[in-house]
Design a protein around this ligand. Structure first.
Ligand SMILES: Nc1ncnc2c1ncn2[C@@H]1O[C@H](COP(=O)(O)OP(=O)(O)OP(=O)(O)O)[C@@H](O)[C@H]1O
Ligand SMILES: [Mg+2]
Length: 216
C-alpha cells in the first residue's frame, strides 16, 4: 500500500532521507523510531506528497510520486489521515465543525456528515466536547480532536507524527490505545516518535531512522 523505492530526498543542507526502500501493507501498524532531526517528519511528508523524492519513487495506494498530477493530490489526501504534532484546529469553529470540515470539502450530505461525526466523537469518547471551541480543550483533547478529523474520512492509513508529543503518560497511553483500536478495525497506522520507552512493549513493527537512514 505504501512503497518506497530507493527514495532520496535532501534539503539544501544535505539532511533528509537517504536511499530508502520499504513497504507497508494495508492494516499494518508501524512505528518509526528515531532521535530529533533523524528524518521522521520528512518521511511522513513524502507519503502525503507534501515533498517529492529527488531520486526513486514513493507509491501510496494507486498514486505514484513520479506521475501524480497536482489535482490528484487532494484525492490522495482524502485517503490518508494526517495527525500533526501540533494540532491545527480552527479556533473560531466548534469541535463538531472542525471534525466535519473534511466531509464538507468532499461535498457530502449534511445528514451523513452529522452521523459520521457523531459516530467518531463517540468512538473517541469526546462527545461532551462537541460544542466546545478548541481553545477550551486541553492539549491532549486537541490531539484527539485532530485524530477525529482524520478518522471521519475513513482513511486507508493514519500518519501520526509524535501524536503523544505534548501529553502526560496517561493521555499518551489513551492516544496509543485509540490508534491501536483504529488499527484493529483495519486501518493501517504509521506513527513517528522519539519516545521509544513509550512504545517498546506494545508489539508494533518498528522502523528505525537515524540521520536519514532507515533500518527495518
Ligand atoms: N524545510 C527544511 N529545510 C531544511 N532542512 C530541513 C527542513 N525540514 C527539516 N530539515 C532538516 O532535515 C532533518 C530531518 O528533519 P525532520 O523534521 O524530518 O526530523 P524529525 O525526525 O521529524 O525530528 P523531530 O523528532 O525533532 O520531529 C533535520 O536535520 C532538519 O533540520
Ligand atoms: Mg518531526
Amino acid at each position: 500500500m505504501i512503497h518506497f523505492k530507493k527514495v532520496l530526498f535532501e534539503f539544501n543542507n544535505g539532511s533528509g532521507i537517504k536511499d530508502t526502500s520499504f513497504n507497508i501493507e494495508s492494516g499494518e501498524y508501524v512505528c518509526i523510531i528515531g532521535p530529533t532531526g533523524a528524518g521522521k517528519t520528512t518521511l511522513l511528508k513524502l507519503i502525503y506528497m507534501d515533498i517529492f523524492p529527488q531520486k526513486g519513487e514513493v507509491i501510496v495506494d494507486k498514486y505514484n510520486s513520479k506521475k501524480i498530477k497536482n489535482k490528484e493530490i487532494a484525492n490522495l489526501r482524502r485517503n490518508v489521515g494526517m495527525v500533526f504534532q501540533n494540532p491545527e484546529l480552527l479556533n473560531d469553529r466548534s469541535v463538531f465543525e472542525n471534525i466535519s470540515i473534511p466531509l464538507h470539502i468532499q461535498g457530502l450530505g449534511l445528514k451523513y456528515i452529522k452521523n459520521q461525526v457523531n459516530e467518531v466523537l463517540s468512538k473517541l469518547g469526546i462527545e461532551d466536547k462537541k460544542n466546545h471551541f478548541p481553545n477550551q480543550c486541553s492539549g491532549g483533547e486537541q490531539q484527539i480532536i485532530s485524530l477525529a478529523r482524520e478518522l471521519v474520512k475513513n482513511p486507508i492509513v493514519i500518519l501520526a507524527d509524535e501524536p503523544t508529543g505534548n501529553l502526560d503518560p496517561a493521555s499518551s497511553l489513551k492516544v496509543l490505545r485509540m490508534l491501536e483500536e483504529i488499527n484493529n478495525e483495519g486501518t493501517a497506522v504509521l506513527m513517528a516518535t522519539h519516545n521509544f520507552t513509550l512504545v517498546e512493549d506494545r508489539g508494533y513493527q518498528f522502523m528505525q531512522i537515524k540521520e536519514g537512514e532507515v533500518t527495518l
